[in-house]
Design a protein around this ligand. Sequence first.
Ligand code: ADP
Length: 945
Amino acid sequence: MSITNLEPMSRNSFETNGAALSAGDNNSSMNLEIVASNSAETVGAAENAADNNSGKLVLSKQNQSTSLKADGGEVNSNVHIQDLIAMIRHAEKNVHLLNQARICALEDLEKILSEKKTLQGEINSLEMRLAETDARIRVASQERLHVELLEDQLKKLQTELSRRGGTLENIHDIIPNNDIIQSLSEEVNLLRTENISLKEDLQVLKAELTDIKGTGERVVLMEKEHSYFESSVKELERKITVSQEDVSKLSTLKSECKSLWERVDHLQTLLDKATKQADQASLVLQENQVLRKKVEEMEETLEEANVYKISSEKLQEYNDLMQQKIKHLDERLQRSDEEIHSYIQLYQESLNEFQDTLNILREESKRSKLAEPANDMPRKFWSRMLLMVDAWYFEKKIEFDNASLLREMIWKRDGRIRDAYMECKEKNERETITTFLGLISSADRPGLHVIHIAAEMAPVAKVGGLGDVLTGLSKALQQKGHLVEVVLPKYDCMQYEHVQDLRGLDMILESFFEGRMFRNKVWVGTVEGLPVYFIEPHHPGNFFWRGQLYGEHDDFRRFSYFSRAALELLLQLGKRPDIIHCHDWQTAFVAPLYWDIYAPKGLNSARICFTCHNFEYQGTAPASELALCGLDVSHLNRPDRMQDHSAHDRINPLKGAIVYSNIVTTVSPTYAQEVRTAEGGKGLHSTLNSHSKKFVGILNGIDTDTWNPATDIYLKVQYSVNDLQGKHDNKEALRRQLHLSSADVCRPLVGCVTRLVPQKGVHLIRHAIYRTLELGGQFVLLGSSPVPHIQKEFEEIANHFQSHEHVRLLLKYDESLSHIIYAASDMLIIPSIFEPCGLTQMIAMKYGSVPVARKTGGLNDSVFDIDDDSIPVQFRNGYTFFTADEQGFNSALDRAIYHYKNDRDSWQQLVQKNMNIDFSWDSSALQYEELYLKSVARAKAANRS
Ligand code: ADP
């Protein structure tokens, strides 16, 4: 019998001192393998090994350990219960199978015992026969001696006879006993044969005797095996009891958790109610405003009437009526004001109540988390942890304070220690130390200090996606409790109305450039709630006084100057940031400047994170220009540092940032893959590949405060996923504004908001205008181009369609119009040749406009074709195509328009589904946060060792 089908994740053969047990004859031989869940746990590994060596059954330590993890919320608890139940089932199966094996073994044992008895009988009879034969042999040999004596005598007689001359006849006279001799010799022969056969019998008996002895040994072995089975079964039964206790503890925890959630749900309902009331209140407020306006109008009319002093009776009556109406309106106004106040009060109260209860719940959960030790690990685990931390301290790998904090956590059996240890199973000691120190920093530090140095920030200085990312990411990080600051150039063309509390600092910042020091004025203000430093250089080049952000002949000088001045500012202000995050080639200089110049000067607390938003733009320049900002050209103009791949005498700032930063990111996972290839990397693929360990792609999010149709101030009518009427109203409003035909409400409106550069697939955008018309749609483009011939080409197309009822091209940058187009359009096209991330597809979906996009870069990570069966239905959200030609594009646009026209219900469902997708910065910011934390922890560990 073989019990190899016992269940589970891994297999442990059941062995005694390494040898598999086997018993019985060939038919009943037994080869047991007890299999239990034991998914390669390091913690349990040593113990498992010990257990295996002593021949005991081993149950999964992991399953035991996970059973009581209560802080993971309800989902985790469920998982643990399921694990436990599965474990118990496995154990029960094991017990059942072991019982079967035991019964078999007992049967075998009985069989063997009866066999042994029979054999013993045979042995006895054979032994008797042996004794008999021995006696007969003895008699036979005596007779043989006698015969030999007689033969001797015969011979002697014959000699005597021949000597006396006698004949054979008288021999018989001489030897009267010849017959006796004959019979004796026959008997001797018979005895010899018998003797031989007895010897053979003896051999057979001896062999049988050896067999019987072997059987006896096997019986002993079987008995041993039997006792092992019994102890194993007992062990299993004990473990099942422990598991059942665990399950019951878990279900208590679960029910506690459930009651907590019920309380939260209750509070949520209260909040919803209060929100509804507040909504109603705001409606009443709106009504009031209308009424107030009316009152004002009437008062004006009254005044006019008074001025003209028309004293007719009718007018008097009219005046009275008006007065009455005003009074009436005033009363209504007062009433509704009171109503609003009561609603607001109610709302405020329930909000406070909700907040209080939430705080209590948080406190409770925090307390229970802290108070609840992770009892699922054996005591020796915690002792081992303690010794490990002590060893780190004694070997000077960690400091005393950190060792004490870790010891305290171990002492309290903090589950985070167990989790960190599990996480570090495959890691080396240094990485393990980093992870453990991370526990302390995350537990005791308020957050990280992150400073972004960048050339754009929405909405004050935005050209494209970089501006959006800077603001969105910074806000999300700030919300997570980190201190986030931004350093920007002070452009003359900024949207100053979006800067709050702007003021010049009473300090002069001197920074190095072109071999001497230049003065800068430093301004501070807040943008979207973020603290921002603006640097205004007093350099004769008037670097940021150009009426535009980029595209100047001396961009390399402008931004290398800014990068150095920004670091100088941090040094002068005595900042000690954990992370300096720079973006694109314009602030890529920060990385080499920091390590070569500023870290030695004492600005050495930070790790450098660099994000490339587009590898197309690398900012290369003649190598000598690098010296302007104080960098050492001979040191940096090397193929493995900043030298451009295309020419020995050119320097590449983007490459410098890749080489000199601790973290390098780009804006989507697919783009991160694409730029590692020769076609996608624009000459930097080999640099990226040799620094691939620190390079990662994180999909951008969008700032959902800015991009929210329910609160968007630029829209004619705000709307939400539950009320799409506003979307139709915006479509109508845009049609009116742009003098497009409104004759057919069902005519789809195709939008495009983009920079008009080759990357964006301008030939396909142009084609889309004509194709949309052919398919019976309307087309609106908002875009501007820094490339003169593209701008000219599109101006011509715009002129051609200037009075067309279904096409409008707006060749400019216009923030408010972009919002209206996202809201008004039914579809948005993004036919990019390559697209690092792309934000317009995400914004479009948030506004209920279905994206029609090419599968490349970040579009590939965020737009999934409705008809693509390889993608789960719930993720499908748009129309995509791959080949960057007209046919490819048609294959997507045609399907989209067909869908829109022929199945309005399912189109509306798609729109609503897309509006509900979470494109916020939350999850992306979390990834940045993790990268920052790891890098900071690594730096700390490195400093210590
Ligand atoms: P990129 O950064 O390559 O320009 P993204 O899709 O990442 O492309 O970001 C584009 C951002 O710029 C979006 O917020 C989009 O609304 C905005 N945008 C692009 N062109 C215009 C324009 N002509 N007017 C207003 N906003 C624009």
